[in-house]
Design a protein around this ligand. Structure first.
Ligand SMILES: *Cc1c(COP(=O)(O)O)cnc(C)c1O
Length: 230
């Protein structure tokens, strides 16, 4: 099979799952997670029609971006250190991993300098794992209320990574929790749009369950590109 057949099959799986649970397939966006994947693979997936790519490491991403077509859209999905915020704002269309006010204020600072409106998601640690990034669910409202003061930031929605498990069903309660949190916060008018709250959840192993639970962005790496070059 060539790359496009594989890509098309994945797109079709996403579409069919959305339809099967009564959702509009256009409401589920595929984020091609290209960390530790070659430039060749990225450009061939792009040639199949994929526009949005997710990267975890700034330096790696910047190197790739120089050689990629300019119509690609890049989402930052890695852990964001405060000394890397300027570069993230400069290079990424969406930063999915904002989890503290310090980072949001730095984004505001650099976005205003660059005359940009930065789109972000707030990462939530729904599994309450010590080693994971993300604001705790009960602290999300306070964080979003503070971010709402920042004129150059638009909060599109929430992102999460549930505790790892080989059984996708184990992730379901965490996905559901993120959706319910999104609904609650949307009711308080804390997102840029009341009509559409982005929920970035689901990866190669559990994206079908995530779509059932309301994902609007699925972040898929290995199921699209194959194993990573670690
Ligand atoms: C690597 C990564 C993914 C993709 O994982 P796969 O299992 O390869 O699909 C998704 N989200 C985040 C935040 C990641 O770091």
């Amino acid at each position: 099979m060539n790359n496009c057949e594989h890509f098309t099959l994945l797109r079709e799986n996403i579409r069919q799952k959305a339809l099967a649970c009564g959702r509009d397939p256009d409401d589920v966006e595929l984020i091609a997670v290209s960390k530790k994947q070659s430039l060749d693979k990225i450009t061939s997936i792009h040639a199949c029609g994929q526009k949005i790519f997710g990267e975890n490491y700034l330096q790696e991403a910047q190197e790739k971006m120089q050689h990629c077509p300019h119509d690609l859209c890049w989402h930052f999905i890695g852990h964001l250190q405060s000394n890397k915020v300027a570069a993230a704002v400069e290079h990424f269309d969406v930063i999915q991993t904002v989890d503290r006010i310090k980072i949001a204020r730095k984004i505001q600072l650099h976005a205003s300098k660059m005359n940009k409106t930065q789109h972000i998601l707030v990462q939530v640690n729904v599994g309450r794992e010590k080693q994971k990034s993300g604001v705790l669910p009960e602290d999300a409202e306070e964080l979003l209320t503070m971010i709402a003061q920042e004129p150059n930031i638009r909060v599109l929605g929430l992102m999460t990574m549930p505790p790892w498990s080989s059984d996708p069903e184990e992730a379901r309660p965490y996905f559901r929790h993120l959706r319910e949190l999104g609904e609650m916060l949307s009711g308080k008018g804390l997102f840029a749009s009341r009509d559409r709250v982005e929920l970035s959840m689901g990866m190669s192993g559990d994206y079908l369950v995530a779509i059932e639970e309301g994902a609007t962005m699925v972040r898929i790496g290995t199921a699209l590109f194959g194993t990573r070059q670690e």
